[in-house]
Design a protein around this ligand. Structure first.
Ligand code: ASC
Length: 153
């Protein structure tokens, strides 16, 4: 009986907390926030962790580079549906409306980023710095192509 009461209280608390979090933001605001969070982490991983090693500003460390390259690969695989929520081109976002008008093209860029970050993670595991530099450049170009098409400056 006590267990039943305890689990009842837990469920009620859980629902209450979920309700408070949900009430603060609309689904579109949440989608924008999620997308921006992923973009921030991708930028920080690419520009903050991997970039300095590729550019020789920080000594190349194979294990650290590979860890960050795998994290980037994982970030690029974020659920696509959550990234392209209808209406999330309006409001506090730099996404151009074109992105949601041509979702097939947007998805194509997303798929390409997944492919190229997987290749970067593989290169990172291999540890060949020339190959890593080349593939890092390809990933950067892939970011840029999508930004040029679908991101406001
Ligand atoms: C980054 C970052 C971007 C991309 C882009 C690549 O680190 O924040 O927007 O790389 O500059 O061309």
């Amino acid at each position: 009986m006590r267990q039943l009461v305890n689990s009842g209280i837990s469920i009620a608390l859980g629902l209450g907390i979920a309700g408070v979090v949900q009430a603060q933001q609309s689904p579109v605001d949440r989608a924008i926030k999620l997308r921006q969070s992923v973009m921030t982490l991708q930028g920080a991983t690419l520009g903050g962790a991997l970039g300095p090693m590729v550019q020789g500003r920080v000594p190349y460390d194979k294990a650290v580079f590979a860890e960050n390259a795998h994290f980037l690969e994982m970030l690029a695989k974020r659920p696509w549906q959550a990234f392209s929520v209808a209406g999330s081109d309006q409001g506090n976002t730099r996404m151009k409306p074109e992105a949601l008008k041509d979702v097939a093209k947007f998805k194509e860029f997303s798929d390409k980023l997944q492919m190229e970050t997987t290749a970067l993670a593989k290169a990172a595991d291999g540890g060949n710095i020339d190959e890593i530099k080349r593939q890092f450049g390809v990933v950067g170009q892939t970011c840029k192509q999508c930004h040029d098409a679908f991101q406001k400056p």
